[in-house]
Ligand binder design. Structure first.
Ligand code: PFF
Length: 455
């Protein structure tokens, strides 16, 4: 690997609010609106939610703080950052390399789900999906994902859109977009919740989401909840390290991470409250899988005046939320190609997109041309998701925690979290350090071994 190359002038976030908005922009995305509800539905509801909450607080939050701190300290892409911060010849930079692989795996299926969202904007405009009839909404979704041409073309539209935005640069592209539109999505979700809570079987939906039934919990479910916690906060693969490298030196890292986690959780819960009452009222299957949001949300909108127009707005805002997350995912390989391989931003973006068009197509065609093709019993879409969310991200989390807890050390962490003594974060640094040194790595390891049936 060549020596670290630095760009002439690093792009960065221009204000404290910009930092918060962009970090939130990476965390909030289809993970909240699509993945959280479908995994909660498929894994038994409230018990899954509880484990997910524990995983977020005990494991994901400390790892997020660690990643941002490392990124800001090194002001470089994850590979260069770990090369710079680790003692010579210790291969911690492999975390960054694994992150690049995870980024491609996640983007391959994520871009396809964004493609469905794009397609649903048009479907919403045409009015063809606005119905509380399960047969209608399921057929609409089914015909989209089983059509290879639509699946591929929409994915290309998504990739081209993201590439265009990324070439504009960090501050202009990401900040401007996320800052303005996140609050609107939040408001629309609150409205959807109100509608959903007025439905006949709202109680059943809420009970599913909030009354735990621990008999539904298995080791595999716990691993899925942990994987979701990592996926949600965009950690374990260098994304937050990359964003940390754009953080200003006066930014309070733990406070920012805590705010992002809380806001992110709120959005997921709102999505859950909007969806599950409708699932029970209209007879959908909570375990419908990746289709859940796409078949249920139209039923909720069918219950309100101006439902069609609002559904268009909903999918547009979801697309925008997904854009912030997609851009942050692409930022990992793009920045590595730029800073380590000397490619221009344009070339780095173009090569990332080219490779993605290839790997992504296997996910786009999962329900059509490649429907019979499985590896380890999973289709490509589910396999890419499993390998990234349940293997690479938690493993990345173990190593990031171990790196900070045993190599970087308490003193460095305390200085980073207190902005060299300017903030009163000493005690907090102690707690985070303890979690990173002992709790997080052990917990992740246990959950992974058990979840994968290895002991
Ligand atoms: N956190 C994003 C979401 O929940 O939609 C997805 C994501 C973005 C995962 C960035 C990983 C990542 F590095």
């Amino acid at each position: 690997m060549s020596q670290q190359q630095t760009t002439a002038k690093r792009d960065g976030f221009s204000s404290g609010f910009g930092v918060l908005a962009a970090t939130l922009g990476s965390a909030v995305g289809l993970g909240n609106i699509w993945k959280f509800p479908y995994l909660t539905g498929a894994n038994g509801g409230a018990s899954f939610l509880l484990v997910y909450l524990l995983a977020t607080l005990l494991v994901a939050l400390p790892v997020m703080i660690a990643e941002i701190a490392l990124g800001r300290k090194a002001k470089a892409n994850p590979i260069s950052a770990l090369l710079a911060l680790a003692p010579a010849r210790q291969p911690w930079w492999l975390i960054g390399a694994a992150g690049m692989v995870a980024s491609f795996l996640i983007l391959s299926f994520y871009s396809e789900v964004v493609a469905w969202v794009f397609a649903y904007i048009l479907k919403a405009i045409s009015g063809s999906v606005l119905s509380s009839d399960r047969a209608v909404t399921e057929a609409a979704f089914g015909s989209l994902i089983s059509d290879p041409v639509q699946s591929l073309v929409w994915q290309w539209v998504v990739l081209a859109t993201m590439g265009g935005i990324l070439m504009l640069g960090v501050t202009k592209g990401i900040e401007a977009l996320t800052k303005k539109l996140m609050p609107l999505l939040f408001l629309l979700l609150v409205l959807l919740c109100a509608v959903s809570l007025s439905l006949d079987k709202a109680r059943e939906g809420l009970a599913f989401l909030f009354h735990p039934d621990f008999s539904k919990l298995t080791a595999a479910t716990v691993l899925t909840a942990l994987g979701l916690a990592f996926f949600k906060l965009s950690i374990g693969m260098g994304t937050m390290m990359t964003y940390g490298s754009y953080f200003r030196d006066d930014q309070d890292i733990p406070a920012t991470a805590f705010r992002v986690m809380s806001a992110d959780l709120c959005v997921s819960l709102l999505a859950g409250i909007a969806i599950f009452p409708a699932v029970f009222t209209f007879g959908f299957e909570p375990a419908a899988g990746p289709a859940l949001v796409f078949i249920t949300i139209p039923a909720v909108f069918s219950q309100i005046p101006m439902g069609q127009a609002l559904m268009v707005v909903f999918f547009v805002l979801t697309a925008i939320a997904a854009t912030g997350a997609t851009l942050s995912l692409m930022e990992v390989p793009v920045l590595i190609l730029q800073e380590r391989f000397g490619l221009s931003r344009r070339k780095a973006t173009a090569s990332t997109l080219g490779l993605l068009a290839l790997t992504g197509s296997t996910c786009a065609l999962t329900n059509s041309a490649l429907s019979g093709f499985t590896l380890f019993g999973l289709n490509m879409f589910d396999l890419f998701d499993f390998v990234s969310s349940n293997l690479i991200l938690p493993a990345g989390g173990i190593f990031i925690a171990l790196f900070v807890g045993w190599v970087w050390g308490f003193d460095q962490l305390r200085r980073a979290l207190s902005n060299e003594g300017r903030l009163n974060n000493g005690k907090l640094a102690g707690v985070v350090f303890f979690l990173l040194r002992y709790v997080s790595p052990l917990l992740i390891l246990l959950v992974m071994l058990k979840g994968l049936n290895l002991f």
